[in-house]
Design a protein around this ligand. Structure first.
Ligand SMILES: NC(=O)c1ccc[n+]([C@@H]2O[C@H](COP(=O)([O-])OP(=O)(O)OC[C@H]3O[C@@H](n4cnc5c(N)ncnc54)[C@H](OP(=O)(O)O)[C@@H]3O)[C@@H](O)[C@H]2O)c1
Length: 346
């Protein structure tokens, strides 16, 4: 969508792990990534919940914003761009081309306020790029048809498997195929915790590491109780299989009941405990499930260790195939967001 010499004006709602990594790649590491240089992004607003918000119609000083939030934990009181604008007001009032929605996953509030941020932006004819699963998990078809009516993009590549191409692969590489089912290991935190428990580490200690690395959800119960996995399998079922489900429709199990002894007993029997997500067709319906399973050592899911993910796709024409993501970092998620920003309008 980027016209010659015309920057893409972006509003960031959420500036935590992912938002800061996107900013770091685009504004601090730009010269190291030749393909990224063609994206000329002007950030006109950055909104957080408790660390202040920055607005500048001519472009926020993103390098300064990064420095302030990393050194002081919030935007500085002396920053002349500082305002107290809230997410929905910024979405409604500011002048931008694309909303980059990177706020926290909310299940109990049924996707809010992210869902309203996205709906409002699309209603205003603005593109949306999001890594937040909630909008697509609670209202995928409403939002995609709204985007279609308004002639804008609603891009969600980083919602599942971070930035690994899943939706782009399906959109461009599976035109002739009908997807019959998807299954895989999609929640990094539980896979990491189960891998560490096999080695004798406690669940609590492993979660603390996942939080430090930045891949655990802000509320780790979303990971441990299977909600993040449920949101992901819902997004896949809605986007790839035409379902209209929410995370509450998933037959869901977490890993809070698993002990170190359980994980080690499975290993002694030649198996690995994994939280497996599945979506499959039953007549006209799409069913979804998240459950702890004992995976045999020879199974394609067995070698997925630590924070890795894997997705198997089954179609009517193409033999089942898998997409694997090996120990992703925040850069993977940021990559997906940046790639979506570079794909607006295409
Ligand atoms: N981290 C990953 O590896 C990863 C991978 C794929 C997808 N995701 C998804 O990407 C999103 C961002 O993840 P993250 O790791 O960056 O989360 P995070 O570090 O917890 O950051 C969330 C950001 O959203 C802000 N926020 C929360 N509620 C808000 C509201 N109502 N209005 C405005 N801002 C609000 C927070 O502000 P405060 O700091 O003031 O609270 C913070 O800046 C999440 O939805 C997550 O599920 C993350």
């Amino acid at each position: 969508m980027q016209a010659e010499n015309k920057p893409v004006r972006a509003l960031f709602v959420g500036f935590g792990n992912v938002g800061q990594k996107v900013a770091e790649i685009l504004f601090l590491e730009r010269e190291r990534h030749p393909n990224v240089r063609s994206l000329d992004l002007r950030v006109v607003g950055i909104v957080t919940k408790s660390r202040g918000s920055l607005v500048n119609n001519n472009g926020v000083d993103v390098v300064k914003a990064l420095q302030e939030i990393r050194e002081g934990g919030r935007f500085s009181w002396t920053n002349f761009e500082l305002t107290n604008i809230k997410g929905l007001d910024a979405v409604r009032q500011l002048d931008y081309d694309v909303l980059v929605e990177l706020s926290t996953l909310s299940i109990a509030q049924k996707g809010e306020p992210a869902l309203s941020h996205v709906r409002e932006a699309l209603n205003r004819g603005k593109h949306v790029v999001t890594a937040n699963k909630a909008p697509a998990a609670f209202a995928y078809h409403e939002l995609t048809s709204l985007a279609h009516d308004k002639g804008v993009s609603f891009l969600i590549e980083s919602t599942v498997m971070d930035g690994t191409p899943v939706f782009n692969l399906a959109k461009h590489g599976l035109k002739a195929a009908s997807i019959l089912g998807v299954s895989g290991v999609l929640n990094s935190t539980t896979n990491f915790v189960l891998s560490r428990m096999e080695q004798g580490e406690s669940l609590e200690a492993a979660v603390t590491i996942a939080q430090k690395e930045g891949f655990a959800e802000a509320d780790p119960r979303h990971d441990l109780e299977g909600w993040d996995a449920s949101a992901k399998i819902t997004v896949l079922a809605n986007a790839l299989m035409g379902a209209s489900l929410t995370p509450y429709d998933v037959d869901r199990q977490g890993i809070t009941h698993v002990s170190v002894a359980d994980a080690q007993t499975a290993v002694k029997a030649g198996k690995h405990l994994k939280l497996i997500c599945k979506a499959w067709r039953e007549g006209e319906q799409v069913k979804t499930k998240v459950a702890l399973e004992e995976i045999e050592r020879g199974h394609p899911f067995a070698p997925i260790r630590e924070s890795g993910s894997i997705l198997m796709i089954e179609t009517d024409l193409l033999a089942p195939f898998v997409i694997t993501e090996t120990e992703p970092t925040l850069s993977d998620t940021a990559f997906g967001v940046i790639n979506d920003l570079m794909s607006l309008g295409s």
